[in-house]
Design a protein around this ligand. Structure first.
Ligand code: URA
Length: 237
């Protein structure tokens, strides 16, 4: 990749002000100052700015504990989005949310720069489990467990069979493999137990990290990333 493009993608500088950095000899590639914006940076090269090594990875995967009141969207003119909770470099790297949590839903949100991975993880054909904990208005029963297991008919489609575990009279843990609009809320609504609060606790092989407070995020480690690619049926080098 061209050096000026790389620096812009890493949110170091715009492509125009990059020229000044380069002219001043502040950017080195593998220890050598480079002044040509079009210099082709070799894969895996060490790039420094003022002697400080830049994190040049263009592929990133994040896990966020999404707070309530924030939109799952890349951007919005009026409301705060999950991207607003991240350093700007993730937006310039085109990191995007995988699937969607409602504005009032909290918990595990995955974000990635890998569009293919995102696409596969949300495809219903992949059957990736998503686990939610819900607090409902009403008392959950074995009949609800059976209804979820049978597949709940909704207005526009019938939900795939889902596992409901009763954690407390008004709290359930549900495992679904689809992610249609308001799906979990609609499923509980269909059995007459409207959802009062919803939190996603796992997504495929990933669990909500108890070290992450709401609004916090971290990058996935190698092992987690590999498990995610495996869940998507993709090779991960
Ligand atoms: N199902 C819902 O109803 N809402 C969410 O945010 C996620 C799944």
């Amino acid at each position: 990749m061209r050096l000026d493009r790389l620096l812009a993608r890493l949110d170091v500088s715009s492509r125009s002000s990059c020229r000044e950095l380069l002219r001043a000899g502040r950017v080195k590639v593998n220890g050598e100052a480079k002044s040509d914006p079009a210099f082709a940076v070799p894969e895996g090269a060490e790039v420094t700015l003022d002697g400080k090594r830049l994190d040049t990875r263009l592929t990133r995967h994040l896990i966020m504990n999404k707070p309530a009141g924030v939109l799952t969207a890349k951007e919005d003119r009026f409301q705060q989005t999950v991207m607003d909770l991240l350093p700007k470099v993730y937006a310039t790297l085109e990191c995007m949310p995988v699937g969607r949590l409602d504005r009032d839903t909290t918990g595990l949100l995955l974000l990635t720069t890998d569009g293919d991975l995102a696409h596969r993880l949300i495809s219903p054909a992949r059957h990736v489990d998503k686990v939610y904990e819900a607090r409902v208005d009403g008392t959950l029963t074995d009949g609800d467990v059976a209804a979820f297991a049978a597949g709940i008919p909704l207005k526009d489609f019938t939900a795939l069979p889902a596992r409901l575990e009763i954690l407390a009279p008004d709290r359930g843990r549900v495992t679904v493999q689809e992610g249609k609009y308001h799906q979990v809320k609609r499923m509980f609504g269909a059995v007459g137990k409207p959802v009062l609060a919803l939190r996603r606790v796992s997504f495929g092989p990933l669990k909500l990290d108890s070290a992450l407070s709401e609004g916090e995020f971290r990058e996935l480690d190698q092992e987690e990333a590999a498990a995610l690619y495996a869940a998507a049926g993709m090779n991960h080098e």
